[in-house]
Design a protein around this ligand. Structure first.
Ligand code: PLP
Length: 423
């Protein structure tokens, strides 16, 4: 498709299903996008760091605090009943959205980081020196550091599945890493640096054929695609509400029922027990076993509202729009002299990491900001991947379904401006 045709397909509003996408109407759902920064309209291209929230989510959280706020699973008064019902309905909503076999397979936590720490502690409690976890070169530190800590505590080994220069997993190397001591494969669904959408179902198939369970870091996936945990057949799946248009401070660890049942708790406190004496404790069943203390129930209700919002969008049109953004952005950036895109996988989420000759990424970020273009610069909490590419930092434009082709034009123009100032 030509650039112009791409631009039309992504912006058409004449109801030409399935590529119609009423971008103006969608942008109106996100109040923060209406503002100006430095005297120009905001172009928010930092969605992989955190996404913006539609009015429906903001209202759901505010309404909860206005009308229903009470601690959950504790008292029997009316507000407590309503809050508990809302919280458990949110669990049902999440379970249904990711196609969990039961809502009890959904554990509410702070986010992806906490979910992976829970697993490194809970699974790791049974691991011995020489047991192995397999990661990949493209993991976020959230899926590296907890395993480092476990290595220090228990003497486990960390093995690494390599990536190709294009930024794809080398799955052929996977069987060689899955020996009798391998206890887990933990890999990202979508790379926060490269945009690569990994063939997770295939990785799970290979790992399971070797008797190895799989944890998927889904932090970057749910903003762009529906995830079906049963179709993936993964054992665990972790994600964060704030990256999928929901509130901060709420996230999910999905686990197959039998996997969660076998997992010890990692934090102790109220509401995760059946019976406590000073001599003995009997823990509650999952998911409560992993939800010690007062939970972010308002966040869970906001996350359910984000899912309702996503469910109301045309998934095919959204995917079409995002891929049109990606193609257009790739073409525009490739045309800029001295610009190199890192991450050329065949299947990508709409995210571009790049370097520009003679311009440090941090300077680039500052100059783009002057033009109202918000991007992220740095190592993106993925230092091993930066080492692989031999670069200290990149500039990353990460797009969401509410971004426009005009914002891509503004990004490209702002990069030209930065080159003019610095190169
Ligand atoms: N995994 C990936 C791939 C990420 O991109 C991030 C955040 O950027 C995380 C994990 C950590 O997510 P959170 O900070 O919400 O726990």
């Amino acid at each position: 498709m030509s650039l112009a045709a791409d631009k039309r397909a992504a912006t058409t509003r004449d109801g030409d299903a399935p590529t119609s996408w009423d971008l103006d109407a969608i942008r109106e759902d996100f109040p923060i996008l209406q503002q100006q920064v430095h005297g120009v309209p905001l172009a928010y291209l930092d969605n992989a760091a955190t996404s913006q929230k539609p009015t429906a989510v903001i209202d759901a959280v505010a309404d909860f605090y206005r009308h229903d706020n009470a601690n959950v699973h504790r008292a029997v008064h009316a507000l407590a009943e309503r809050a508990t019902l809302g919280y458990e309905a949110a669990r049902e909503r999440v379970g249904h959205w990711i196609n969990a076999a039961a809502a009890s397979e959904v554990v509410f936590l702070r986010g992806t980081t906490e979910a992976i720490n829970l697993l490194a502690n809970g699974l790791g409690a049974g691991w011995r020196s020489g047991d192995r976890v397999v990661l990949t070169t493209m993991e976020h530190h959230a899926n590296i550091v907890p395993w480092h800590l476990l290595r220090e505590r228990a003497g486990i080994e960390i093995a690494v599945l390599p990536v190709t220069e294009a930024g794809e997993l080398d799955l052929d190397a996977l069987p060689g890493l899955l020996d009798g001591r391998t206890r887990l494969l933990a890999l990202t669904h979508v790379s926060n640096v490269l945009g690569t959408i990994n063939p997770v179902a295939e990785a799970v198939r290979i790992a399971h054929a070797h008797g190895v369970p799989v944890l998927v870091d889904g932090a970057q996936a749910l903003a762009h695609q529906r995830v079906d945990v049963q179709a993936l057949d993964c054992d665990f799946y972790a994600f964060s509400g704030h990256k999928m248009f929901g509130p901060t401070g709420i996230g999910v660890l999905y686990g197959k029922a039998e996997r969660l049942a076998a997992l010890p708790p990692w934090q102790g406190g109220g509401e995760m027990i059946r019976r406590v004496t000073f001599e003995k404790i009997r823990f509650a069943d999952p998911p409560q076993r992993f939800e010690a203390g007062t939970q972010n129930f308002a966040g869970a209700i906001g996350l359910a509202a984000a899912i309702d919002y996503l469910a109301g969008l045309d998934a095919d049109a959204m995917a079409g729009h995002e891929q049109a953004l990606l193609r257009y952005a790739t073409e525009r950036l490739e045309a800029i002299p001295g610009l190199r895109i890192i991450g050329r996988a065949a299947h990508k989420a709409p995210l571009l990491s790049f370097l520009v000759d003679g311009v440090h990424a941090h300077d680039m970020g500052t100059l783009l900001d002057r033009k109202g273009v918000a991007v992220r610069t740095g190592h993106h909490c993925a230092m091993p991947l930066m080492d692989f590419y031999g670069v200290p930092a990149t500039t990353r434009a990460s797009l969401a379904f509410y971004n426009s082709l005009d914002e891509i034009d503004r990004l490209a123009d702002a990069i030209d401006y930065a080159r003019g100032v610095l190169a």
